[in-house]
Ligand binder design. Sequence first.
Ligand SMILES: NC(=O)c1ccc[n+]([C@@H]2O[C@H](COP(=O)([O-])OP(=O)(O)OC[C@H]3O[C@@H](n4cnc5c(N)ncnc54)[C@H](O)[C@@H]3O)[C@@H](O)[C@H]2O)c1
Ligand SMILES: O=c1ccn([C@@H]2O[C@H](COP(=O)(O)OP(=O)(O)O[C@H]3O[C@H](CO)[C@H](O)[C@H](O)[C@H]3O)[C@@H](O)[C@H]2O)c(=O)[nH]1
Length: 333
Amino acid sequence: MFASTVRGPVLVTGGAGYIGSHVCKALAEAGARPICLDTLEKGHEWAVRWGELARGDVGDGRLVEEIFQRHKPQVVIHLAGYIEVGESIVNPERYLVNNSAKSRVLIGAAIRHKVEAFVFSSTCAVYGLPQSELMQEVHKIAPINPYAVSKASVERALEAATWRGLRSASLRYFNAAGADSGGEIGEAHQPETHLLPLAVDAALGLRGALVVNGEDYPTQDGSCVRDFVHVSDLADAHLKAVEWLLRQKPGRGRHDVFNLGSGAGYSVKQVVQEIGRAVGRPVPHVFGARRPGDSPQLVGCIAKAQRDLGWTPLRGLEMQIEDTVRWRRAMVR
Ligand SMILES: NC(=O)c1ccc[n+]([C@@H]2O[C@H](COP(=O)([O-])OP(=O)(O)OC[C@H]3O[C@@H](n4cnc5c(N)ncnc54)[C@H](O)[C@@H]3O)[C@@H](O)[C@H]2O)c1
Ligand SMILES: O=c1ccn([C@@H]2O[C@H](COP(=O)(O)OP(=O)(O)O[C@H]3O[C@H](CO)[C@H](O)[C@H](O)[C@H]3O)[C@@H](O)[C@H]2O)c(=O)[nH]1
């Protein structure tokens, strides 16, 4: 079904990274041909297994033009970017250049080459402090860190590009977790800053105690609450978003936003407990200060993605932890 809707290759920026490699696998399994554009600064050559790698920068206008002329992609999935909230506070310019300014180069090329569907990796972090338990897409956009500012600005650029006829969707991921169930790919950030892999590594004795960032938040147990969504569910959502965009009226610009989460929140302390149970050994942990830029709670309402895209996440926290444990064990073998 997917392959018959999409003509030609799909350009996947950031395809050598954690989520991008899962997107490439899902595309290939659906019969499409991904072309991965990635600097490999944060991603890995071993993760590019389902299509060709064009090594380079999304902000390199000449290279991007060459790729469009050679491959003529009808669809672009733009995941390339820096991802660390903490780093963005220390070095905001790095995020504004890499995430915002360079995305504009890609968007410009997509407009010129009349791309029919442009899917962008945004984030729930654009909401900032929650005004409601479950955040809907209409929630106020009020970033509390430069990373989120950089993502919100790309959403606005895509909104502006509708006047040039571009059809796009910004997918506001909540917290990606887990790994490919076939064990072929998984999260391998350097440095790793994400909760699940760090807590699993601590439980497996691969690193020292996990530092829980803050226990005085206005949440049920004082630690931050997040909405974890399996990376393979996220990957599937990209295919659904492409199909949805291709169903929209041709020749008419459109930009829409979709939350991609699970609809359920877990606190950092709850995650630590669940990982201890799964590994059969408690996660060694200590309590530290709050991490600057952290929102106390980010949990999404996913009704819109369910209704419009026909997407529902199938893999809950238990499976996310199981897959992370299997992947982290395999990484040290
Ligand atoms: N991981 C999450 O929980 C999460 C949540 C919300 C949004 N996102 C977004 O999803 C996207 C993918 O996240 P991830 O966790 O897979 O990160 P990742 O670091 O594993 O992958 C990002 C990839 O982009 C590449 N890259 C970075 N800047 C580039 C540039 N200028 N040109 C070409 N390649 C470049 C990196 O080398 C890397 O391979 C990011 O845009 C991130 O902001 C991630
Ligand atoms: O060693 C750690 C690591 C994390 N945490 C806490 O665990 C929660 C989740 O943190 P992550 O770093 O795993 O994820 P973030 O929510 O900060 O950020 C991730 O999801 C965001 C959306 O929420 C962004 O889009 C971002 O790209 C992505 O890294 C936060 O409260 C964080 O402070 C700890 O307590 N100790």
